[in-house]
Design a protein around this ligand. Sequence first.
Ligand code: NAP
Ligand code: GFB
Length: 322
Amino acid sequence: MADKQVILVTGGTGLVGKAIEYVVENGEKRPNEEWIFASSKDADLCDADSTRSLFEKYKPTHVIHLAAMVGGLYRNLKYNLDFFRKNMMINDNVLAASHEFGVKKVVSCLSTCIFPDKTTYPIDETMIHNGAPHDSNFGYSYAKRMIDVLNRGYNQSHGAKFTAVIPTNVYGPHDNFDLEDGHVLPGLINKAYCAKRDGKEFVIWGTGLPRRQFIYSRDLARLMIWVLRNYEEIEPIILSVSEEDEVSIKEAAMTVIEAADFKGKVTFDTSKSDGQFKKTASNEKLRKYLPDFKFTPFKEAVKETVEWFEKNYETARKESAK
Ligand code: NAP
Ligand code: GFB
């Protein structure tokens, strides 16, 4: 019988945490594993003592570190200072406690928005620290880059196996569907629902021209579990669909409209910021490890997310505090 593993998922109640829970509960759980999905109610990870108490309570052998202050473009534009300070505190506390309590492996979460804004494409894992990130989310991006610095430092000083994944824009059930603070897909899904219900027009913010690679949260969850079990590098790995699967915001919006069966008028509010034009990432490294991994087709996963939102409208997250 393999050694018992206690896997603590910080941010276990968010979009990605819920997807990992779903995948674990639907066949991925191994008999020697105990999974703990922690929320901010279990511990405020901005606080070092509270973080230590959580680790003392569960004594994790492995950590998937997801907890963070998270938001779409418009939330980032407003709160760069908070994004930087809160995420710096959370990350320092979680990695320090992981070291103190002898955690064997930590997988943290970066994001493709942290790469330099002025760059060549496609972006790859070697480019994280090359130049300034896009100005819209400098607070979040610099805090995330420091996870990579911490991982290298803990490895150099203590031989720790702390690594990170770099997902593109994530979406799926349990996302934050808040119109102001959430990401583009959940925002558009909520807008389509309301426009259909109220007989109003559907408004896409910005020009619709920027381009994004979207990853379904349940695909990301499967990949993160693979990283936890099999990926031995300290250097991060980009978890993304192919470059060819990048779509414009307009195309993404049209996919939502079709999935939600919205037949009304569609307009653009070009007074709203477009944010970063693109951040096209290469998944070559991932493909070397997992050549046969199958991503859920975009249309199918958007449809599943729209159906989840319609079914769970009353309880879905639609408002977020600062
Ligand atoms: P999310 O849905 O907003 O969930 C955030 C999670 O963090 C929640 O479980 C929340 O707990 C927890 N949390 C926040 N502040 C905390 C605190 N002070 N103490 C303890 N827990 C705290 O975020 P997500 O989209 O799942 O993101 C997960 C990870 O993926 C993050 O590291 C994010 O930066 C990264 N990522 C996300 C995307 C994306 O498009 N969503 C893209 C790339 C990378 P409560 O439920 O109690 O509030
Ligand atoms: O997902 P999103 O908010 O963030 O997407 P980023 C922003 C893009 O979608 C912009 C357009 O081009 C917006 O003009 N958009 C159109 C909308 N309609 C909407 C809408 O209703 N809501 C939203 N939110 N956007 C984030 C970073 O960047 O990416 C974060 O700011 C994070 O730090 C995340 O890492 C993954 O892709 O621009």
